[in-house]
Ligand binder design. Structure first.
Ligand SMILES: [Ca+2]
Length: 637
């Protein structure tokens, strides 16, 4: 029944028609209207308008639109238009073309749900990408500073953690300078040390003599120190940490970090890293440094001047949050259609997951799962969903995020993400994360189809993924193109201790996917990767990969781990049926890496008897009517 409801919602969302029919015999309760956010609408009206030129004290009509989405939400809420007894059709908020700067996260909860099978639809009225929600403010007042650097005054003590020149992310001033390639290298390497306490530590990074300069201002002991961005774990290249430094010992050549990295900073070979966030590192076009204490922002323009540039500083980590109060009180049947969403913030310290079993501090049936999930403090998506049902996200253009683009966290089902463009994403483009194993199957029945995903993991290259699905099942990912990922294109994860009865990662279908340029900076992984999703016999085959192409899975030459493969079935990567798959140009010795006994295979390019005529190449990837141009996003392809 829910599936049918979502299908109907999707059909509504992609309908091109404009005016919605008004209900004839419906009135807003006068008491509610009197307490409401403005003049009551024409009785029965279900269509409203918002415009950058509007006024929240207006009527919300096409000729007298409101100014903010928040006001439309409040009006619908306070007039009781979604009361199940009164909601006899969809409610549509038509958002006109233009820029809407989002200074505070726009939140929706169960009071904003559709009812009786009808949706509340917020849509870009003038076409896909025309209504733009910007999670940033413009920085103006730039003056030449020195050496090609400009600077502008900014409010003190309002730090932000990424910056944009027009539609392009700036680089936090760093050493060594970023290269031209698709990775965030080149890197330094942490040093071996005669002191085991240093090399086995997650907070001490030993450096090679000459790599660091005693004259650098690293902000030691301040609230705004330099940071190390490091593939912790030495030869492992699985996770990147961004960690502020505490201080430097120039006599012993080691740095003490303010927080533990995910793994030891030395293991067989040095951990790859760079240093960022000092004015002394600002020497390359495109680099910036923020001094939030003094209230100055420094930037070296990419083209020598800022005459044709607008500088955007992010204001929020999340632009839209849809969150019910609890799994029993869900926000449901809400659609966002056609919006562009650009710019969101990152943080000063990032680490993927807790370091050890039980570190979340919460009691769980599988406490080792703490190591598999985002720490509480890092749970940010440009669109974040929690405690929802039947949310439709269609024809969005999401770019330049700090964290994930769309983050479905914990109890959500029947999320539909379709026809959308993702480009220049800080972490994952689409992350669907269920709850802890064995504590309830709360994330399921999602549809991810017809999406174009290009350049993910720009701030979190370790564990970056185009689509990551954690402890979630009954989900289909289809007709997606996923390009340029330092780690995964698609990752399916739980943890290897989970028993079958507690396993929620069943019935996953990946099909008609086109993957290229993944595994660009990571090892011991595949462009499509699974871990811990089927751990015990009988390894029932209940997951499908069908009609998939994967090409160019080659890591940066500095990557010291086992080279990446096309498909990597890690421990617990069992119970899959692989059919009609072509993998080319991978760095690992074989295109497929994993168990061949508890998975089934037919017509795969690395097996004898492969028949290319069975590949439906014309149906792989996004469809011909994809609503956005993909060429622009593919620059550098
Ligand atoms: Ca630099």
């Amino acid at each position: 029944m829910l599936g049918g409801s979502v299908g109907a919602a999707y059909a509504t969302a992609v309908t091109v028609g404009h005016a919605q029919p008004a209900l004839a015999a419906e009135t807003a309760p006068s008491a509610v209207a009197a307490a409401g956010p403005g003049a009551a609408p024409d009785p029965g009206t279900r269509t409203f308008f918002v415009s950058p030129a509007g006024d929240d004290s207006a009527l919300g009509t096409q000729s007298r639109p409101w100014k903010t989405i928040e006001h439309a939400r409040d009006a619908i809420r306070e007039w009781g238009l979604t009361d199940p007894q009164r909601m006899h059709g969809d409610i549509t908020v038509n958002v006109r073309a233009g820029d809407y700067e989002v200074a505070q996260t726009i939140t929706f909860d169960e009071r904003d749900s559709g009812a009786s099978g009808h949706q509340v639809i917020y849509r870009s009225y003038d076409g896909p990408g025309q209504a733009r929600l910007l999670g940033a403010r413009q920085i103006t007042g730039w003056q030449p500073y020195q050496n090609g650097i400009y600077r502008a005054q900014v409010p003190a003590n309002e730090p932000f953690y990424t910056l944009f020149e027009n539609d392009q992310r700036a680089v936090t001033a760093r050493y060594p300078n970023i290269g031209d390639g698709p990775t965030v290298g080149p890197y330094l390497q942490s040093a071996d040390s005669s002191d085991d306490a240093l090399t086995n530590s997650t907070t001490w990074l030993a450096f090679n003599a000459g790599d660091w300069n005693e004259n650098w201002n690293l902000g030691e002991y301040t609230t705004w120190p330099a940071q190390v961005v490091v593939w912790s774990g030495g030869h492992w290249s699985w996770f990147t940490d961004t960690v502020p430094i505490l201080n430097v010992s120039w006599t012993k050549n080691f740095v003490t970090l303010n927080y533990p990295a995910r793994y030891s900073l030395f293991s067989q070979v040095g951990s790859r890293y760079f240093i960022q966030n000092s004015l002394d590192f600002l020497d390359q076009p495109g680099e910036y440094f923020l001094d939030p204490i003094g209230g100055w922002l420094y930037y070296m323009p990419r083209n020598g001047s800022l005459d044709n540039s607008t500088m955007w500083a992010p204001t929020v980590t999340t632009l839209i949050e849809i969150a019910g109060s609890s799994p029993d009180q869900r926000a449901q049947d809400i659609t966002f259609d056609g919006f562009a969403l650009e710019y969101s913030d990152f943080m000063q310290w990032y680490r993927y997951g807790w370091n050890a079993t039980g570190d979340s501090g919460l009691v769980h049936k599988y406490p080792d799962y703490d190591r598999q999930i985002e720490m509480t403090r890092n749970r940010h998506g440009m669109i974040t969903l929690t405690n929802t049902r039947g949310i439709t996200l269609n024809a969005l253009n999401i770019s330049n995020t700090g964290f994930h683009a769309i983050y479905s966290l914990f109890a959500n089902d029947h999320v539909a993400i379709s026809n959308s463009l993702f480009a220049h994403i800080g972490a994952d483009a689409i992350k669907i994360e269920g709850g802890y194993p064995g504590e309830g199957n709360i994330s399921h029945d999602h549809t991810v189809t017809n999406n174009y995903i290009n350049y993910v993991g720009e701030l979190v290259p370790g564990d970056a993924s185009g689509v990551e699905i954690l402890d979630t099942g009954n989900t289909t990912v289809s007709h997606c193109e996923i390009l340029h990922s330092p780690r995964y294109a698609v990752a399916l994860k739980s943890i290897t201790t989970v028993a079958n009865a507690d396993q929620y990662c069943n019935n996953i279908t990946l099909e008609y996917l086109k993957v290229a340029h993944a595994g660009l900076d990571s090892g011991d992984m595949g462009a499509i990767d699974a871990y811990g999703v089927s751990n015990d016999p009988p390894y029932t085959v209940n997951k499908l990969m069908n009609q998939i192409t994967v090409t160019d899975v080659n890591a940066d030459p500095s990557m010291p781990d086992v080279p990446p493969s096309g498909i990597h079935m890690d421990s617990g990567g069992e119970g899959f049926n692989f059919t009609n798959i072509v993998i080319t140009d991978t760095e690992y010795t074989t295109p497929f890496h994993g168990d061949t006994h508890n998975n089934t295979f037919s017509n795969c390019s690395w097996l004898t008897g492969f028949d290319d005529s069975l590949m439906q190449y014309d149906q792989i990837g996004v469809t011909a009517d994809f609503p956005y141009a993909t060429e622009a996003a593919a620059l550098g392809d």
